[in-house]
Ligand binder design. Structure first.
Ligand code: GTP
Ligand code: SPV
Ligand code: MN
Length: 590
């Protein structure tokens, strides 16, 4: 296959020097400077198919779609191998793994030395954020993985636009990714915030290697945001349009695999005629106070790297339409005619499949056909409900921030914080059951402040302080809410139907923001009374079920407040006093 080689497509001296230095370190045989063009996409896709990295799917059913299987030991983020490298351990804080930059550089440079001998180093320039936005930042990822190049092309604004935005500046994120032999003992995801640098080794899976996403947009981003006066958050952004055409923008932080993509692409139930949900982003928000005192948000990404299992025409029709073309699927199951399948796609599984490991599978098989963290990478432009504001350089003004976790007990369906400081406490004390998005046990309750536990690039106590401080610039603050779609009844069934029905909760939230909905005061915050909550058109869910979903048990809550202690004590030396007082106030109210 003919491959354009070595034609450098930027004049930026800092970029050229760094690329040459890294290519030298890795002993890359070739350097391929990506330009983001359609011709390049075709060339590299064909190469990936020829090399067995991608399988071409059934083009009649899934035009432009390809399939990738990752190494079976490399299927999710690895928090235990993720490092924040700062001069002192205190800067990284007790919730991050820490290493001295010098030591980590020497360890990883040794691992990367010669790692691309006989291979091609791809230079992937990309933008995080819309063209011409003051919030937008440039990253360059050097990688030996074609899967990464083709995925970054979907997930970011990749190619020549990044060099145009960068100009002569040296202000870009330096990302180096070496797959090595994918053995877990060589797996490191190391961040050097001061140098705006990331080195990732030993993996070829999503969040570990698509460096624009969790590494740059969240870990390095949160560090830059603290210094520059903005927030990098693990949040979806959506616009709610009412039947009168009024638009309200909302951001929501739910931990990994806890419903952001689904909420961001939600279709309101039939009874909500005239209501529309527009998607701005499904995973990451960069938010900055605007001159008018409102908080403005952009989605730095341009694609969705979403959880496949559970995605269906019933739960998320917009996602199903979005992933019907130009999508890279990872670790789902294959049908004999090269269509894709996963648990929850439809009621009855096909009689035979090839599972995510490449083995024959039948409905009698004990193991799952698709990996629970199997994913799709699809361009956002495929989304039928993509918000027209998505490319607005100014971002959208946020009226509500929603925090939410996956909790089968204790936490009610929805409540509203009393004010900003209380809302920051609600976010800081958030918790969730662990999911397959990260390697480790699933279903264990842990504190996951603002859904940022694995993604905060500095001391979490200082991060809370930053949230509190921003209130001075955000004179028209968003209202803060907490939701839980995942509470279960005594039979272990979800109390709340979720998905599109979440529109009912969202409606109360935006009507609260606009001062139009009623609420009752409780020790936790404001909650909707039955008269404030739209239950019309729900067959089985009545005000009794609503009361069960909203129930606050004092015993459960005493336990809950005690279990918050663990994190707060861990962070104590950097924990803002405001949060300690908020906790005291909650205890007093309980
Ligand atoms: P990341 O991409 O890992 O950050 O995840 P996410 O927060 O975008 O999660 P996503 O929307 O992909 O949902 C994860 C899983 O939760 C999927 O299997 C969904 O089907 C399921 N889910 C999403 N929303 C709901 C809901 O309202 N109720 C219930 N019961 N399940 C939901
Ligand atoms: C998450 O785990 O929160 C994700 C998927 O969004 S990954 O990009 O792998 O981090
Ligand atoms: Mn995520």
């Amino acid at each position: 296959m003919q491959m354009k080689n070595g034609k450098c497509n930027t004049q930026n001296g800092a970029v050229i020097n760094w690329v040459n230095r890294m290519a030298g370190l890795c002993c890359a045989e070739k350097i391929f400077w990506c330009d983001g063009s359609e011709a390049e996409k075709e060339l590299l896709t064909n190469l990936a198919v020829a090399e067995g990295i991608l399988i071409k799917l059934n083009q009649e059913k899934l035009p432009g779609c390809y399939y990738h299987r990752s190494h079976p030991s490399d299927v999710a983020r690895v928090e235990q191998c993720t490092y924040i490298c700062t001069d002192t351990e205190e800067e990284a804080g007790p919730t991050n793994n820490w290493a001295l930059p010098k030591q980590m550089y020497s360890k990883l440079h040794a691992l990367c030395a010669g790692a691309m001998a006989g291979k091609t180093m791809y230079v992937v320039p990309y933008l995080m954020g819309p063209l011409d936005s003051p919030l937008t930042k440039v990253g360059i990822e050097l990688t030996d993985s074609l899967y990464v190049v083709l995925s970054m092309r979907i997930m970011t604004r990749m190619g020549q636009v990044a060099y145009e935005h960068l100009g002569e500046s040296e202000d870009f994120n330096h990302g180096l990714h070496c797959m090595l032999d994918l053995s877990p003992d060589k797996r490191f995801i190391a961040h050097f915030p001061k140098d705006n640098t990331i080195i990732s080794t030993g993996s070829n899976y999503g969040g570990n290697v698509l460096l624009g996403k969790k590494c740059f947009a969240l870990r390095i981003g949160s560090y830059l945001g603290r210094n520059e006066g903005w927030l990098a958050e693990h949040m979806l952004i959506l616009g709610v349009e009412s039947p009168t055409g009024e638009k309200t923008f909302v951001a929501a932080a739910f931990p990994s695999a806890c419903g952001k993509t689904n909420f961001a692409m939600m279709i309101p139930p039939p009874h909500f005629t005239g209501w529309k949900i527009w998607t701005i982003g499904d995973d990451i928000a960069w938010m900055k106070p605007g001159p008018d005192g409102q908080l403005y948000a952009i989605n730095p990404e341009s694609g969705y790297f979403g959880v496949a299992p559970g995605t269906s025409c019933q739960t998320n029709l917009n996602a199903m339409k979005t992933i019907s073309r130009d999508t890279i699927y990872t670790n789902v199951a294959l049908t004999p005619d090269l269509d894709v399948w996963w648990e929850g796609k439809d009621e009855t599984p096909p009689p035979e499949l090839i599972d995510w490991k490449g083995n024959p599978w039948t409905p009698e098989s004990k193991e799952k056909a698709a990996h629970p963290n199997s994913r799709f990478a699809a361009p956002m432009t495929n989304n039928p409900m993509l918000a027209p504001e998505v490319n607005d350089p100014a971002g959208v003004p946020i009226s509500a921030i929603i925090f939410g976790g996956r909790r089968s007990t204790t936490i009610p369906l929805v409540y509203s914080a009393f004010n900003w400081i209380h809302g920051v406490y609600v976010g800081a004390s958030m918790s969730s059951e662990t999911t397959a998005a990260a390697v480790g046990a699933v279903g264990q309750v842990r504190r996951d402040p603002m859904a940022m536990l694995p993604f905060c690039g500095y001391n979490m106590g200082d991060y809370f302080k930053h949230w509190l401080n921003l209130r001075k610039l955000v004179t028209i603050p968003p209202r803060i809410f907490h939701v839980n779609w995942f509470r279960k009844d005594d039979d272990g069934k979800f109390l709340w139907p979720g998905f599109g029905e979440n529109m009912r909760v969202l409606k109360w939230i935006i009507e609260r923001c606009r001062g139009r909905a009623g609420a009752n005061e409780t020790p936790l915050g404001w909650v909707p009374g039955p008269q404030d909550f739209d239950l019309e058109g729900m067959d089985e869910f009545d005000s009794e079920r609503l009361a069960a979903a909203q129930r606050m048990s004092m015993d459960d809550w005493k336990r809950e407040v005690l279990s918050q202690d663990e994190l707060f004590i861990k962070l104590y030396s950097h924990l803002p006093k405001e949060l300690i007082f908020q906790r005291e106030l909650l205890v007093a109210r309980l």
